[in-house]
Design a protein around this ligand. Sequence first.
Ligand code: AMP
Length: 217
Amino acid sequence: MNLILLGPPGAGKGTQAKMLIKKFGIPQISTGDILRSAVKEQSPMGKKAKDFMDAGALVPDDVVVGIVEERISDSDCSGGYILDGFPRTVAQADSLSKTLRRNGSGIDHVLALSVNQEELLARITGRRTCKNCGAGYHLLYDPPKQSGICSECGGELYQRDDDREETMRRRLEVYEEQTSPLISYYGERALLRTIDGMGEMDQIHSALIEIIESSQG
Ligand code: AMP
């Protein structure tokens, strides 16, 4: 089963993807996570991506399309995967569908999480990430046991540069301009289901499961 989680930054795609991994045993493919580790390792791809990411802009399509094509051909993706943060442009969606068609596969569901802008800003600007293990926290909604320290591994928590308010506003504009057209793109292909992303994590998770399971027949 191949899933796409769609929605603006801060809609909860990463959180829901992690819950779906546990339920369905298929991996999450987060282009944002892959790019952040490339930046950390200072690989050629990371060097190319860094300035775009810091500015809240999208990394060029050919870079992310290459990442995803490579990742979905890994053996752990043979039973399906959850795309989180990809596609983000119509060109990326077109490339993905061509690749999948070539492989005789396709997308089963596009699950769009809808959250209003005010809530997105509150969620993102309070977000903190562990430098060491990448675990995510929120200053208000999910604080670590000890301030500034990861409860999982004791690593130092930091705020991603692109989670600062100014960059976040830019990322939301970029979402509106370049990613939101995918709502009608997948709507026209009868793949889209929109879920209210404003509720509790568990409620949203149940709503996603219901959609997925009801259409598995
Ligand atoms: P995320 O963690 O998904 O919010 O992604 C963080 C940043 O990585 C984005 O603001 C973009 O700069 C870059 N990025 C992640 N996924 C994509 C994508 N599919 N296309 C272009 N840029 C991306």
